[in-house]
Design a protein around this ligand. Structure first.
Ligand SMILES: [Zn+2]
Length: 349
């Protein structure tokens, strides 16, 4: 590992055993898990923000490394006193091994491989003064402390806030994008499909061009639906002649006229405002998600089951899925599948 003492390295070692060496630019095997590929990617960024925001909270000192862990004033002693570290008796000793109890009083006693020289005594004294500030408790174990929270407890929310702040304030999303994400979660489609749509909006799903960006080898990066253009999110779900055709067919089926915009965000907002009443708005939203989800499943079928592009099949799946989701979740929608198939506008008006 580059930094075997970092917390995530310890997590990996706990889960996978000791990993003796880890090159700075690890070669990712395409058979590796997504999880491992992400770890490699993070490593290559060289940004150890998590380590920087976590420190040890000392109690009995039995599981915190005296020189190498961050446990005193947010600093590692080896960084503050590199010269003293160079002749420390045991650079990997625990905090609790650098002192003794005399009765109920803890006395610090740092051990050296040699006596400090006169010009080093100032540093030794400073170290001892720093240590005097620390209280050792024999009855409690050391713990981790998350610096970004006043109670020291890690939460995804506080980490997210800190990351936002460190990147120069709130992440700047367009007002349209904020509208979309607020609206999407209220859609009456299955949650796994909503999560997928959200990943599509965030460019965080495994289409070919995004896989390549993440260093994954793909056989070719051409769109699985048309085999003509690069498979990126906007192409796959909107610009692809096949996807474009599907959107127009669905609009035709719903008896609405659409001019397809050039972004999925605009398309979503436009599409979901086609309904006038709450019920019809809900139904249009469900159909939108059904189109994305059905295109994605069809694309996967082409790749993984040697399927072929079949617009009629995609269209039928969109109708069937949207009917099932609407029937089970949108109040006042108990129409039959044949009614939905042949006259959807009558069903939702
Ligand atoms: Zn295409």
């Amino acid at each position: 590992m580059i930094s075997p003492r970092t917390i995530w390295a310890k997590v990996l070692q706990g889960r996978y055993g000791c990993i003796e060496s880890f090159p700075k630019t690890p070669n990712v095997d395409k058979r590796d898990s997504w999880w491992w590929k992400d770890i490699c990617w993070v490593l290559q960024q060289g940004n150890y923000w998590l380590d920087e925001k976590i420190e040890r909270c000392i109690s009995d000192g039995s599981s915190t490394i005296f020189w190498e862990d961050k446990w005193i004033g947010g600093l590692r002693l080896l960084d503050v006193f590199p010269r003293l570290y160079s002749f420390a008796f045991d650079p990997l000793s625990m905090v609790g091994h650098n002192g003794n109890w005399e009765g109920s009083t803890w006395l610090w006693q740092v051990k050296w491989r040699r006596e400090p020289f006169v010009h080093e005594e100032g540093s030794v004294n400073t170290l001892i003064e720093m240590l005097q500030e620390i209280q050792i408790f024999s009855s409690k174990q050391d713990q981790w402390r998350w610096i970004c929270d006043k109670d020291g407890v890690f939460s995804v929310k506080s980490a997210y806030s800190w990351l936002q702040h460190s990147m120069g304030g709130e992440l700047s999303y367009s007002s349209d994008f904020i509208l979309v994400t607020k609206s999407l979660w209220k859609c009456k489609a299955p949650i796994k499909c909503l999560v997928f749509c959200w990943q599509v909006f965030m460019n965080a799903f495994p289409c070919k061009s995004l896989l390549q960006v993440r260093g994954v080898e793909v056989e070719n990066n051409l769109c699985s639906l048309c085999s003509l253009f690069i498979e990126d999110p906007i192409h796959l779900f909107l610009m692809c002649p096949m996807a474009f055709n599907i959107w127009l067919s669905v609009a035709n089926w719903l008896e609405v006229e659409v001019v397809l915009p050039n972004s999925l965000t605009s398309l979503y907002l436009y599409w979901t405002n086609l309904g006038i009443y709450k019920k019809s708005k809900q139904c249009f939203k469900v159909v939108w998600v059904s189109v994305i989800w059905s295109l994605w499943l069809h694309r996967n079928g082409i790749i993984f089951q040697q399927g072929v592009m079949d617009c009629k099949e995609v269209l039928d799946n969109i109708k069937m899925r949207s009917w099932k989701w609407i029937k089970s979740s949108v109040p006042g929608c108990s129409f039959s599948y044949s009614n939905w198939y042949f006259s959807p506008r009558l069903c939702i008006s």
